[in-house]
Every structure is written in C-alpha cells, then in structure tokens.
Design a protein around this ligand. Structure first.
Ligand code: NAP
Length: 293
C-alpha cells in the first residue's frame, strides 16, 4: 500500500509556482494577484482565507483581502465585485463561502467575471470543463487529478466510483475522470444519498473517490482488494486527547481499509493540502491568460 502524500505534492506544486513567479518577475512581468472577499467573522472562513493569503505571499503573488461586515447588502457586494472585474491589476477573485443568508451566492457568480473565477465555480467555467475546453478547474477535483498524475496511477479504462455529487467535488471529479485525458478515460459511476446498496457499487471500484462528510462511511467490506482510494471527507470529530478537543476524520475507515488498497490518501494530509496549491495554480494560469485570452 502506498500513501498518497498530499502535503508533499502540494509543496512540490507550490515550489514550481514560486519558481515560475520568479521567472515572470525577472522578465519584467507583474506578480499574479489574487483578491479574496470575506463577509463576516466565521472562524473557519477567516482561517481558510488567511491561509490562502499567506500561501500567496509564500509563492510571490500579490494578494488583497477585502473583509466586509455581515450587514453589507447584496447590491453593495455585487458592486465591489464589478469593481474587481474592471481592475486590470487583479487576475483572480474568490468569494469565501458560506455567505450570509441575504446574499445569493448564485448572483455573486453571475456578476463575477468568469475570467477571474479561479475557484472554477462560474457556469462558464463549469460548462467549459464539461465540454473539455480550457477552464479553471475547482481546486479539490483539480488536486485529486494532480495526485493521480504525479503518482502515475493508471486510470485508463478503470472503473471509477465517486460517492457524493456536490458541485464542488463529486460532480466535477466524475466528469474529469470520464474525459479522454490522462488521468481520465475511466468508466464512472456516481453514487449519492439515494443510491441503493452503496457497497455493491463501491466494491466494483478500481478507483474509489469519496466526498460525503460522513466519518467512517466506507468500511473494509466495501472496498475491492488493490483499489485506489481517495478520501475527500474531512469532518471534525471530538478528541479529548488533543488540546483543541477535536481531530479530522475522513469518510473512509482508514485503519481497516488501507491494508487492502494499492494507494490511499490519509486524512488529514491527503487531498486537503492540495486545495490551496490548486487555487494558486489557477491564479497563475489567470495571470498568464492560459485559460481565457
Ligand atoms: P456536500 O455538498 O454535503 O455533498 C455531500 C454528498 O454526499 C451529496 O451529494 C450527498 O448526496 C452525498 N451523501 C450523503 N450521504 C450519503 C450516503 N449515506 N451515501 C452516499 N452519498 C451520500 O459535501 P461536499 O462539499 O462535497 O464535501 C464532502 C466532504 O468533503 C466533506 O467532509 C467536506 O468537508 C470535504 N471537503 C474537503 C475538501 C478538502 O479537503 N480540501 C474540499 C471540499 C470538501 P445527495 O446529493 O443525495 O444529498
């Protein structure tokens, strides 16, 4: 069994990005610039955004954090986004979710310039991904594809079973795995809450990708011998032995499942660390106008 080391892979990707930024600057170009919008004071969201800003600094990007109070109106926020759309100095924009209830996240996406949508959530980017055109890929599926590629995992003609169909993980990874790309070329099954006999499907998987948010959902008997298992789930569970009182658990019963696998991601340290690296990669691609001219 080989552990898919997301931390090491993320560090490698970030080093490559930093080296490219050095080159861009040496050639007289400007540093890629990411703007992040945060509304309110949710602890988790503040940590995520701060980590993204710090990651920008690490690779030599410019970053701007726009932090608004929860009472910002939808129209005010949309106007801020329109301003960023017009700001030629900013290459990429992310709006940290969740937003307060009075702001419709779909409106935010509709207003945002898809050329700056480095989260890859705008309908234009989603449509281009489905059509196999250059697009910003959502960070988590993009990270999974990087793990498969960098560990040279053969996906050609394999049966890939994806559990979970969210717009940010399950649906996009199922599309990417089915494309005629490498990684890709897999035969894909998507499972969800209403799938009858989940274990029947997961047991057939050569590659099992689980993005549900239910700790330990995938047990030993649900996994085929030699399968590649990618566990996206990250749920905080109480843990009195830790100072902070919790630890992260994946959707897969790692201890029991790992010995059966050819490859498996740990939680934490698997898919998670790749998310920020792939956001940076999308921002670099935005600055280089690699995706949209
Ligand atoms: P989500 O939007 O809540 O979607 C969960 C999906 O799981 C839904 O499609 C749901 O089906 C399906 N599901 C729920 N119970 C199920 C069951 N018993 N059997 C089969 N399918 C079931 O979640 P998400 O945003 O995709 O995130 C999933 C997990 O990944 C979470 O733990 C999240 O924290 C984690 N995550 C981690 C990263 C990272 O590491 N960077 C990034 C994103 C997400 P229905 O559609 O039928 O409701």
């Amino acid at each position: 069994m080989i552990l898919l080391d997301g931390k090491k892979t993320s560090e490698a990707i970030q080093s490559e990005i930093a080296a490219e930024v050095v080159k861009i600057k040496e050639q007289g170009g400007k540093a890629p610039h990411l703007a992040a919008i945060l509304v309110g004071h949710d602890g988790g969201s503040m940590t995520y955004v701060n980590n993204k800003v710090l990651a920008c600094e690490r690779v030599g990007f410019d970053s701007t954090l726009l932090h608004y109070e929860t009472d910002i109106t939808e129209e005010e926020l949309l106007n801020k986004i329109r301003e960023i759309n017009e700001d030629a100095n900013i290459d990429g924009l992310i709006v940290q979710l969740p937003l307060p209830k009075h702001i419709n996240p779909n409106m935010v996406l509709e207003v945002m310039d898809y050329k700056k949508d480095v989260d890859g959530f705008h309908p234009v980017n989603v449509g281009r991904m489905v059509a196999g055109l250059p697009a910003y890929l959502p960070a988590t599926p993009y990270g999974i594809m990087q793990l498969l590629e960098r560990y040279n995992i053969d996906t050609f003609g394999k049966h890939c079973v994806v559990v979970g169909r969210s717009n940010i993980v399950g649906t996009p990874i199922s599309i990417l795995m089915s494309k005629c790309t490498n990684p890709g070329e897999a035969t894909v099954t998507i499972c969800h809450r209403n799938t009858v006999n989940l274990a029947h499907h997961t047991r057939q998987a050569d590659i099992l990708i689980v993005a549900v948010g239910k700790p330990g959902l995938i047990t030993e008997d649900m996994v085929k011998e030699g399968a590649v298992v990618i566990d996206v789930g990250t749920t905080r569970v109480p843990d009195a032995t830790r100072e902070r009182g919790w630890r992260l658990r994946g959707d897969v019963d790692f201890e029991k499942v790992a010995p059966k696998c050819s490859y498996i991601t740990p939680v934490p340290g698997g898919v998670g660390p790749l998310t920020i690296a792939m956001l940076l990669k999308n921002t670099l691609r935005a600055a280089k106008k690699e995706v949209h001219s």
